[in-house]
Design a protein around this ligand. Structure first.
Ligand code: F3S
Length: 399
């Protein structure tokens, strides 16, 4: 790789041990992927924050980077932690876990990472614009940034994202290059998509269809007339989980779709495909459900307003977590939504989510509107699952 004088200095250790280690990681990645040079980035999002996933080994590495003088050179935010940082006791998190989780947060803070703890950085100020190079490591957010915002990110891991944060540059390969953003297959959707869970099911179907190809092409999706921010974040989370997708083009909606003609190779997606996917995501009977969660990815303020409206004056009968970013929760506080929701017995779980919190085996069955949450609730946390439209999830918490 051709490095600038400053990049070479970082690699040689002239800018501290942590920066050197970071540059070593990036040069190794660039060499593997045949990048010719580094490109400056404007934004980083780091995943791998929950102590439940990191453990002592991960924390040790972070502490080394922090103690080695690592400081961010670009705006850098964090993915959800394993607990609500201000209200972990109410979620049944142990003191031991809370202490270790705070050691993780402190290590990031020492490196000047902004400890947002949200998987929707684009809703709270880490919002890159069209064409900007970024380095994000939350699969749903990477897919959203590339597809909906038109920014350029590979699917980073936590360590490589931190390495980019500490150097300000990333190797130019993959989705940073225009040539790799071209769609390879048209997927025509002939089905209704009224709610978040329908977009989640669409992500499952498209993810599975892309798996048929040896080299997974970028999808060019037609037949979807409209999609809200909430529906797009749900779709991004699902297609990234079930198909490993980091970019798609949605004709009439995403900004790069107009650059391309629909590829000749084409597959149809029918209502029956979507119905089948919805069924595959539900494994529990409704009387088994003892846990309800909305906010995968983290909720918008608009979604929280709707929950407050549905819960006002009522009482939930199951553990119900509302997961969102702290700044969104603060606006919910100001608007009175929090008071209505908490009076109904539901709990805010800001900074965290039902997947990364240490709750494996604590519940029998989860009700959610998120296809991604279904995947990890069963795989990681060993819960059965039921997927429903957003409003019906709230009503199920009351039943
Ligand atoms: Fe976000 Fe947790 Fe879902 S990190 S995308 S709410 S699994």
């Amino acid at each position: 790789m051709k490095l600038t004088a400053e990049e070479q200095q970082m690699l040689d250790g002239a800018q501290g041990r942590a920066t050197q280690k970071a540059m070593e990681i990036l040069v190794a990645l660039g060499t593997i992927y045949a990048a010719e040079r580094m490109v400056p980035v404007t934004s980083v999002q780091i995943a791998g924050v929950s102590y439940d996933n990191l453990g002592e080994a991960g924390l040790h590495w972070l502490s080394e980077m922090a103690d080695g003088g690592g400081k961010t050179r670009v705006f850098t935010t964090l993915n959800p932690a394993g607990m609500d940082i201000e209200n972990w006791q109410a979620l049944g998190i142990s003191e031991d876990f809370a202490r270790n989780q705070m050691r993780v947060i402190d290590a990031f803070a020492q490196m000047n990472v902004v400890t947002t703890c949200s998987c929707t950085p684009y809703l709270i100020g880490n919002t890159p614009h069209y064409g900007q190079h970024i380095a994000w490591s939350e699969s749903s957010a990477v897919c959203y940034a590339n597809s909906v915002l038109g920014a350029r990110s590979n699917r980073e891991g936590g360590p490589s994202a931190l390495a980019v944060a500490l150097t300000g540059v990333t190797p130019e390969y993959g989705l940073h290059l225009e040539a790799n953003r071209r769609p390879g297959v048209t997927l025509h959707v002939a089905a209704k998509l009224p709610d978040n869970n329908d977009f989640g099911a669409l992500g499952v179907v498209i993810g599975q269809k892309l798996e048929q190809f040896k080299e997974k092409p970028i999808a060019y999706i037609t037949g979807v007339d409209q999609a809200s921010v909430e529906q797009l974040k749900s779709f991004c989370a699902s297609v990234a989980t079930y198909g490993g997708a980091a970019l798609f083009h949605l004709r009439g909606i995403t900004p790069e779709a107009d650059h391309y003609a629909a590829p000749d190779e084409s597959l149809a997606i029918t209502q029956a495909d979507l119905d089948e996917a919805q069924q595959s995501l539900s494994s529990a009977e409704s009387d088994e459900a003892d846990f309800v969660s909305l906010g995968c990815p983290h909720l918008t303020l608009n979604e929280i307003a709707r929950i407050a409206e549905l819960l006002a004056g009522k009482r939930v009968t199951k553990e119900f977590w509302i997961t969102t970013a702290r700044p969104i929760k603060q606006m919910a506080d100001r608007m009175g939504y929090t008071r209505l929701i908490e009076a109904a017995g539901a709990k805010f779980a800001a900074d965290t989510c039902c997947v990364v919190a240490p709750i494996k085996g604590r519940f029998k069955a989860l009700i959610t509107d998120s296809a991604k949450a279904c995947y990890y609730a069963s795989g990681k946390n060993k819960f059965k699952t039921i997927i429903l439209p957003f409003d019906e999830v709230v009503l199920a918490a009351l039943a």
